[in-house]
Design a binder for this molecule. Structure first.
Ligand SMILES: C[S@@+](CC[C@H](N)C(=O)[O-])C[C@H]1O[C@@H](n2cnc3c(N)ncnc32)[C@H](O)[C@@H]1O
Length: 324
């Protein structure tokens, strides 16, 4: 990638070239970048060995010949293979935090990370001493929680040993070996009687219908990390049933569910879920205090009724309780 005449190309020109190639290829985004411009900036900053910040201050910088060549290689690989850029680069970012990734885990992009940036205020009750990150994958949420709550110890569990190997690498990368403990467990099974002030979970929640229509990029991620059964709530139902036994009296569950809010509210019509605002809107992550847990989901048998729960008692400012 050189100008006619042999001059090294500027970052600005490389950016325009990369955006044009990516647009022409009609790729899918959503693994840390939103569109061709985002993706081009991500690749160029990586090639320049810079964190994912604005490209603007570097527009006049010139790429060295090896950097320009590396950028071309990455663009070609991304376009031909449809592999998300994060896997090609083995890095993903949540805010200012970098995580190692490979195809043993999904590319980190949970909206719970946004809430952790604000230390889950005003939702959680202090002090937060014990945290569980269920379905930890790369360990990203467990590590962000450890950063956000500096007095807390975090258990991070997953039933995939391959994912836990990636999480271990990230725990070391962030120097969190003394505060984040990795546990191999089918949901709560290996956690004995431990109780937590905060349980975080970004479970598999893609519905069967959406799984069938997944763009190629998403098919490079572990299927087990995405597939949530017919209505996307298979794992969420198990969590709702078992979490109360693992929450302290003031404990809170924070769970991401993608587009499944209507299905969740149909299944648990009396449960006062809270819906904090994230960049995806007010529908993707719910919170539930221990005292508000459902006794059981709405019965699927016609004519039966779910037992009534008391009215929601929360007055959180940004909350949008269900069923109102
Ligand atoms: C959507 S990924 C979330 C990964 C990570 N927390 C994140 O936000 O990037 C879901 C994770 O759940 C794990 N998982 C699926 N079923 C599980 C189960 N029954 N018990 C424990 N972990 C499970 C998968 O291995 C995968 O790593």
């Amino acid at each position: 990638m050189r100008r006619a005449g042999g001059d090294a190309i500027t970052v600005g020109a490389a950016f325009r070239h990369a955006v044009a190639r990516l647009r022409q290829a009609h790729l899918h985004y959503g693994h840390g970048t939103h569109d061709a411009r985002d993706e081009a900036a991500f690749l160029i900053l990586h090639v320049l060995d810079l964190p994912p910040q604005s490209l603007a201050p570097h527009r006049r910088t010139r790429l060295s010949a090896p950097q320009a060549q590396r950028l071309q290689q990455l663009l070609t690989q991304r376009i031909r293979s449809r592999v998300p850029a994060a896997y090609l680069l083995h890095e993903a970012w949540l805010g200012e935090h970098r995580f190692y990734v490979d195809r043993r885990v999904i590319v980190p992009r949970s909206f719970i990370a946004e809430l952790l940036r604000e230390r889950l205020e005003p939702w959680v009750h202090r002090p937060v001493r014990r945290i569980l990150d269920l379905c930890t994958g790369s360990g990203c949420l467990a590590i962000l929680a450890a950063h956000a709550f500096s007095d807390a110890r975090v258990d991070a569990s997953d039933d995939s040993r391959a994912a836990l190997a990636v999480a271990e690498r990230n725990v070391t990368l962030h120097g969190m070996q003394r505060r984040v403990r990795l546990v191999h467990s089918d949901l709560f099974a290996a956690l004995m009687r431990r109780r937590y002030d905060l349980i975080l979970c970004n479970p598999p929640y893609v519905t069967a219908g959406r799984m069938r229509r997944l763009p190629t990029e998403y098919r490079h991620e572990p299927r087990r990390a995405l597939a949530g059964g017919m209505d996307g709530l298979d794992i969420v139902r198990r969590i709702l049933s078992d979490a109360p036994r693992h929450l302290t009296a003031q404990g809170v569950l924070v769970c991401e569910i993608g587009h499944n809010r209507p299905a969740l509210e149909r299944s648990y019509p009396q449960t006062p879920f809270l819906w904090p605002e994230t960049s995806a809107g007010p529908d993707h992550v719910f919170l539930l205090e221990r005292a508000e847990f459902p006794l059981r989901p709405a019965a699927p048998v016609p004519g039966t009724r779910a037992r009534r729960r008391p009215a929601p008692r929360s007055g959180h400012p940004r909350a949008r309780p269900a069923n109102r």
